[in-house]
Design a binder for this molecule. Structure first.
Ligand SMILES: [Zn+2]
Length: 320
């Protein structure tokens, strides 16, 4: 998807081939698939560093044009919304990218500006999916870990970027240094560079007490797809009970093949989407993403002038 405004054709999360400004809201892979070595992107310095670490490429940052602002979106380190105040058309537009209204210990809090047009992420369009208060979810995770560590090893499966760092921070909150995989360790390093200090150990960090850590019951954080295989291996090597857990918003929707699942999300649920819109106060809402039609329908029921965004948006054609 793209937005045409003034002299710019802006690609939203690189989802548009004909552009002269490429906005990347954050470094999750579904938003950076088209990031190539040497490409110039409009993004935060954190997003640049995370993309470079994950994809082993170099990208350059575009200057932020005068009528554009990048606003924190609360999702992961460096995640931004695109806010455009168009002097030519006399109205403002915001593209949220992935966002959440709850406070995360490893991301900056969201900033919401008033906007005439909101292009809203649609990850959770179902009003029936309601995330608990983050503090409650964190307490539950910490209680579970304390309890199970007396009996064995606890391994979490999580997205390597965002959720993994939050889990490390949650473990640090109860004095636990988790062991992490190589990929997660590399991304933790970027978080630390940008001031989010995380205590963790891995086989790839020579200064960490990794070997020592494995002598006792420990907590591990690995990529979700490696969870089962790794749990089997650890159980065989250490001859201990290995408890498996996932932490994802999808825990509200699906049953995972693990001992326990925690609905820890870095996205807005539908209630948070309504909170966002109440603050942004848009006249028009365009829903984006796979669930954009359902999101638009749900929003219409709440009185919003909403539609799925299914083609590029030319600002000159909008009537606010
Ligand atoms: Zn994301």
């Amino acid at each position: 998807m793209g937005i045409g405004i003034d002299n710019y054709d802006i690609a939203l999360d690189l989802g548009h081939t004909f552009s002269n400004l490429d906005f990347v809201s954050h470094a999750h892979s579904d938003h950076t698939n088209r990031a190539k070595n040497g490409r110039e992107i409009l993004a935060s310095a954190e997003t640049k560093a995370l993309i470079e670490t994950r994809k082993r490429i170099r990208v350059n940052l575009s200057e932020v044009p005068a009528n554009i602002e990048l606003l924190d979106s609360g999702h992961i380190l460096g995640s931004k919304q695109l806010y455009i105040d168009s002097p030519e058309f006399g109205y403002s537009v915001v593209y949220t990218g992935d966002y959440q209204m709850q406070k995360s210990p490893t991301a900056s809090n969201i900033k919401v500006n008033e906007a005439d047009v909101a292009i809203l992420d649609s990850t959770y369009p179902d009003p029936g999916i309601v995330f608990d208060e983050r503090e409650e979810t964190i307490d539950t995770i910490q209680y579970y870990v304390r309890n199970k560590m007396d009996k064995g090893i606890v391994i979490f499966g999580a997205y390597s970027l965002g959720k993994a760092q939050e889990l490390v921070s949650i473990m640090n909150g109860i004095g636990i240094t988790p062991a992490v995989s190589k990929g997660i360790s590399a991304l933790n390093g970027v978080y630390s560079e940008f001031g989010i200090k995380l205590g963790y150990a891995s086989a790839y960090d020579p200064d960490s007490n990794f070997e020592q850590l494995l002598k006792e019951n420990f907590v591990g954080v690995v990529e979700t797809q490696r969870l089962r295989e790794l749990a089997g291996r650890l159980s065989a090597v250490y001859n201990k009970r290995v408890y498996t857990a996932v932490a994802t918003g999808w825990a509200k929707c699906f049953k995972f093949d693990t001992d326990v699942q925690f609905a820890l999300s870095d996205h807005a649920d539908f209630g948070q989407a309504l909170d966002y819109l109440q603050m942004a106060n848009p006249k028009l809402v365009y829903a984006v993403g796979k669930e954009s039609r359902m999101m638009a329908k749900s929003l219409e029921k709440h009185g919003y002038n909403a539609a799925p965004l299914e083609a590029d948006l030319r600002l000159g054609t909008i009537k606010c």
